[in-house]
Design a protein around this ligand. Structure first.
Ligand code: ZN
Ligand code: FE
Length: 260
């Protein structure tokens, strides 16, 4: 079995279209734009075998039609969202076998950013892989457009129950902005400071800060740390009232980030 590589194709403003490939076959995650994908496939002489969609937003689906005009591909995507180009709807617990890539993906439903948002998880060696669209970002999380704070909170809990060595392939390069907010919320977090240094170095070289991994996110991402007393105190200062429930803390933190 060829070992898998995962390559970011930068697209639109700050999207990454992840290409999972074994030097012959490729799966395309969230192609918001077709042209950069086609030119990468051509340059590497890769044959696409599938498209995987996490949610319906245009910056994740906009390239589908053009790719389908060129290639006859299965398009996997959330059953609970209307995406005309999806021809293989998937739901919680479904397992996708991408035989040419020897890759098995488990579907995890994570509503909140959108109502039907899904993630794709692969138990591979040496690291597990997670493609989580706009739900979990490095040091941040997606905006709650269609779901409730409770749904988003539960979605993030679901993702953090995955093993620590899971590599997290987020769909946007938001890391530095997220870290600036995280430092406001948790100024004394030493892991966060280390992550900031690393992320700054990467961006100075125009390199992606991704993938991140679940252990790093648990240590640094304020949206995954709503039980920590330091964060609770800080968010209480923002809201000006006592918060007793972690979901309340999470909701207030998300609102604060929206205006940060
Ligand atoms: Zn989105
Ligand atoms: Fe997006």
């Amino acid at each position: 079995m060829n070992s898998l590589q995962i390559h970011p194709v930068p697209a639109l403003r700050d999207n990454y279209i992840w290409i999972i490939h074994d030097a012959v076959h490729a799966a395309i995650v969230d192609p918001g734009d077709a042209l950069p994908v086609i030119s990468y496939l051509n340059s590497q002489q890769l044959q696409p075998v599938a498209i995987l969609i996490t949610h319906h937003h245009g910056d994740h689906t906009g390239g589908n039609l053009q790719l389908l005009k060129r290639f006859d591909l299965p398009v996997y995507g959330p059953l609970h969202e209307k995406i005309p180009t999806v021809n293989n709807p998937v739901r919680e617990g479904d397992r996708i076998q991408l035989a040419p890539l020897a890759l098995t993906l488990d579907v995890i439903e994570i509503s909140g950013h959108t109502r039907g948002h899904v993630a794709y998880f692969a138990a591979t060696q040496p690291n597990n892989l997670l493609f989580c669209g706009d739900t979990l970002f490095s040091c941040g999380c997606g905006r709650i457009f269609e779901g409730t704070p409770r749904q988003m909170y539960d979605a993030l809990r679901k993702l953090t129950s995955l093993p620590d060595n899971t590599l997290v392939y987020c769909a946007h390069e938001y890391t530095l902005g997220n870290i600036a907010f995280a430092r406001t919320v948790e100024p004394d977090n030493a892991d966060l400071r280390k992550l900031e240094q690393r992320a700054n170095q990467m961006r100075q070289q125009y390199l992606p800060t991704l993938p991140t991994d679940m252990a790093t996110e648990k240590a640094c991402n304020p949206f995954l740390r709503c039980q920590h007393s330091g964060i609770i105190r800080c968010v209480e200062q923002f809201t000006g009232r006592k918060l007793t429930d972690p979901v309340e803390v999470f909701a207030a933190l998300r609102e604060w980030k929206n205006i940060f």
